[in-house]
Each structure stands twice: as structure tokens, then as C-alpha cells.
Design a protein around this ligand. Sequence first.
Ligand code: HEM
Length: 284
Amino acid sequence: MSSEHAVSGHEPDSDPETPHLDFAGTTPYEDYVQADVLTHLQHPRSDDPGELVFLVTTQVMELWFTVIVHEWETAARALRGDDLPVAMAALQRSAWELQSLNASWQPIAHLTPGQFNAYRAALGEGSGFQSAMYRRLEFLLGEKSASMLVPHRGAPRVHDELAKALTEPSLYDEVLHLLARRGHPIPDEVLRRDPAARHVSHPAVEAAWTAVYAGDPESELVRLGEALTEVAELVWRWRNDHLVATRRAMGSKVGTGGSAGVAWLEKRAQKNVFPELWSARSHV
Ligand code: HEM
């Protein structure tokens, strides 16, 4: 027994192994996580102590957007290959991730106009409206718009990724193709529509969801419909939390991105994600 153990009275055999301390180069944690890179990407532009949390919240949300885009692309690919279990697993993971994304509003959800004004000028014309990853997320939901590529003309990699996302079928397009392959009468004008155009609610799609929900409540398609409804609700909650945080922080002033601010965001928040999944409920 070492003197240390004799003093503390610990049994040497019950001591857990302590972690390794010696590494030749950087730690394996750093090699994997790149925490040193990540924690040196914060460059506030004002002296206000509140700016850092605004910047970090925005960066955290960008990371969640990235994860969620990855999940929905996985789900879209799996649906194309008729692999429902893989698609469902990705959608369910994305619902937990959306909850984390939405919870990250908390640190900036209660800003007073004075607190926001203390660093607002530092943002210049910067606005989340210019977030390419958020745009990919909206494109996957079917909210396509070629004009949203314009702000990214000066950044070729971002522009190319976004252009690809614009012209690829959305997650919802893949869902509608699956409904058609499962025997639901989805018309050609929906299945062969221009993938770069915004999805517009269609009565035949509403009728298909109505039939799905009127059938076996345990069916694969009802479970898919519910996973998508969960995603839709959580996206709607993000938009609304954003709207309320904005209303608290700046009232009806114009946005740093040049929009009418709250009035513009209100219109965006009114849009239904996967609209027929909501309207079909009135007919079941
Ligand atoms: C209190 C803090 C915030 C305020 C006051 C605010 C304000 C606004 C305003 C006024 C717009 C409309 C476009 C414009 O004119 O700028 C906008 C858009 C947007 N903001 Fe924020 N924002 C805040 C925080 C955030 C955060 C943390 C994110 C995370 C990335 C974010 C992401 C976005 C996105 C993605 C849009 C575009 C929405 C769409 O296209 O529908 N915002 N914001």
C-alpha cells in the first residue's frame, strides 16, 4: 500500500484508472473535435459583453442546421431507395436535434432593445437571412427559391452547394414519390414538377394523406406522416421563437438584412411546412 493510500484510507484495488496524461503531439480529443479551432472562431466586433452570446448562439445554430441538413439528406436518399427504417431513424434523430436547436434560443430570447442596440451596429448588414445552411434546410422542406442563391454569388463553394440543393428533389418530393410507389394516386404534375420550384399544396396530395390517415393507424406511412409532422411543428416553432425574440429585441425596426423586419418574419412564420399533412387532418 502506498503512503498516499495509507493516509487517505483508500483501498488501492478500488481506485479507478485515471485518464492518460502523456501525448506526443496534440491530444486525441483535439485531433477529433478540433476544439482549439472551434473555440477560436469567435471574434466579437464591439466591447459589449453581451455580443459573445449572440455570436455563439448563431454559430451553435449553424452547427445544428448542418446536422439537420445531413439527417434530411440521409432520409431523402433512404426514401428514394425504399428504405423506410433508415429514413425514419434519420427523421427521428432530426426531431431531437430540432429540439436542441430550438432550446438554444434561450440565451438571446429576452434581449431588451437597449441590450441588442449595444452591439447591433457591429453586425453591419449581416443577417441570418444570408445563412446558406438555413437555406439548404428550407430547400429540403420544399421551400425552394432561385433568388435565394443571389447573396452567395461571391462565394463559389457555398453557391455551388446551394445550386445543387435547389435543383435536387426535396425531402418532401421523395416522400411524395414514395406515396405514389405505394399506390397512392399522386398526379404527374406533382411527380414531374420542376424540383427548383417551391412546393405548392395540391389537393391530390391532401387526398393521399387523408387516405393514409383513414387507414391502419399503425401503418408505416402513418408513422412516416407523424415523423414529418413532428419535424414540421418543430421548424414552425423555430420560426416563431425567432419572430418573438426579434420582436422583443427590436420591435418593428427594419432588419440588418434590409427587410421590413418583424412584418417580413411574420409572413415567413405563417407558411405551413408539408402543408397537406396539416390540411388532410380536417378530412379524416
Ligand atoms: C435577437 C436576435 C435576432 C434578431 C433581432 C433577428 C432579426 C432578424 C430579422 C429582422 C430578419 C429578417 C431579415 C433581415 O432584414 O435581416 C432575420 C432573418 C433571419 N434570421 Fe434572425 N435575428 C436574430 C437572431 C438570429 C439567430 C441567432 C439566427 C441563427 C442563425 C438567425 C437566423 C435567421 C435566419 C435564418 C433568417 C432568415 C429567415 C428566412 O429566410 O425565413 N437569427 N432575423
